[in-house]
Design a binder for this molecule. Structure first.
Ligand SMILES: *Cc1c(COP(=O)(O)O)cnc(C)c1O
Length: 396
């Protein structure tokens, strides 16, 4: 069997539609969109067309779309903007969750150093924020709520429409990191009362290093990058047109095929969940139902996630122990800890995130190999021996 890529939440291969759009841009739209001559104006038209495509599938207006270098930059700019608006109004409280991506959590940490106060809501065992807890956390000086659309490690979907409606009613700005949702879920910034939204092309078969910050009309963005007047003066730097056009092509394709692809991918996911649930002393992390189609996250007691990954890689399976941004560090995932899992259990995690190019045969191969490798690692694990002898109680 060919190598099986099951790490779509970390990144996706660039689709042929995206590659074609990028090459077309490099060959035929090389002008600088700020130039007044014909090649420049052709490029400016291409840029606008890409903006219209991104806007259309988010139910936004083209002038509410700001091109960035990716999801991280968009998250940073949204939170800095909210903080600056808060500063002017004398409001310094921001609410978020304990299992956000580090692009959000580390932005918030910086704002805390500058005098802002941050409340991180719990996400409970099912990995879903509770609206009543959000309501209880709101203060008179709350300026912004930042809650991700879908989590990158466990795939759970948050009640975005309810949160948006509540924030709008209270006059609180609402930012959502929708990087894992874009192209996979039907996002509607109007219906869902979203003020800021971040997405990233390389999570939906677009190129790396490009993303979007949606910012609702009338909200004054604060710049992260000063310079020329690109992006209506809010994000300087000559536009990366091939990447932007590639992102738009990938987004269009992902959104148009969404229903068909989701039904197929969810079937594969359920095959994985069913198969992996047969492993004793394991658990599926995050709500069984309220999740994006392709993401599955399990913990297996008595093993190290890293060893599992390396052995699976040798068997031709590309998986992850959590977020690509934190693997390499030996700390357990902050997401799994936020679910209330003990450290020992959180260490034995496996994230499989699949896409429409995966097959049922591949899922079967993955399930069989995970079963074998988990059994093998347990056979060598002193921790597992203690658990089996009853020296220590099983935690799951
Ligand atoms: C990947 C990811 C990001 C970062 O996006 P980049 O384009 O890689 O900067 C942010 N948030 C979430 C939830 C992600 O999965």
């Amino acid at each position: 069997m060919n190598y099986i890529y099951a790490d779509h939440a970390a990144t996706t291969a660039t689709s042929s539609a995206a590659r074609d759009a990028m090459i077309d841009c490099m060959e035929n739209y090389f002008g600088n969109p700020s130039s007044l001559h014909t090649p420049g104006q052709k490029a400016a038209e291409k840029l606008w067309e890409s903006r219209e495509i991104m806007a259309k599938y988010l139910h936004a207006k083209p002038e509410e779309i700001y091109f960035t270098s990716g999801g991280s930059e968009a998250d940073n700019q949204a939170l800095l903007t909210a903080a600056m608006i808060g500063k002017k109004k004398g409001k310094k409280h921001i609410i978020s969750t304990a299992f956000e991506h580090h692009a959000v959590l580390h932005s918030l940490r910086r704002l805390e150093k500058e005098g802002f106060e941050v409340t991180l809501l719990p996400v409970h065992e099912n990995g879903i924020v509770r609206l009543d807890e959000l309501k209880a956390a709101v203060r008179d000086d709350t300026i912004c709520v930042s809650i991700m659309y879908a989590n990158n490690e466990i795939g759970t979907i948050q009640p975005i429409a309810e949160i948006g409606a509540f924030c709008r009613e209270k006059g609180i700005l609402f930012h959502t990191d929708a990087v894992q949702a874009a192209g996979r879920l039907d996002i509607d910034v109007v219906k869902e009362n979203i003020d800021f939204l971040a997405l990233s092309a390389h999570k939906f078969y677009g190129p790396r290093g490009v993303g979007v910050l949606y910012c609702r009309k009338g909200i004054p963005l604060t710049n992260l990058i000063e310079g020329g007047a690109q992006e209506r003066g809010k994000r300087a730097g000559t536009e990366n047109l091939p990447a932007i056009a590639g992102m738009a092509a990938a987004f269009k394709e992902a959104c148009e095929n969404r229903e068909k692809d989701n039904a197929y991918v969810a079937g594969l996911r359920d095959q994985l969940i069913q198969g992996l649930s047969e492993i004793p002393h394991g658990r599926l992390n995050g709500d069984r139902i309220q999740r994006v189609p392709g993401t599955v996250n399990f913990c297996f007691e008595g093993i190290e996630g890293e060893s599992l990954l390396l052995l699976l890689d040798m068997r031709g399976i590309g998986a992850s122990s959590g977020s690509a941004c934190t693997s390499g560090s030996l700390d357990p995932s902050h997401v799994l800890l936020a679910l209330g899992l003990p450290h020992e259990v959180a260490h034995g995690s496996l994230r499989l995130s699949i896409g429409a190019e995966n097959t049922p045969e591949e899922m079967e191969y993955i399930v069989n190999n995970v079963k074998e490798v988990v059994a093998y690692l347990r056979s060598m694990s002193p921790v597992w021996e203690d658990l089996e002898k009853g020296n220590k109680p099983h935690l799951i």
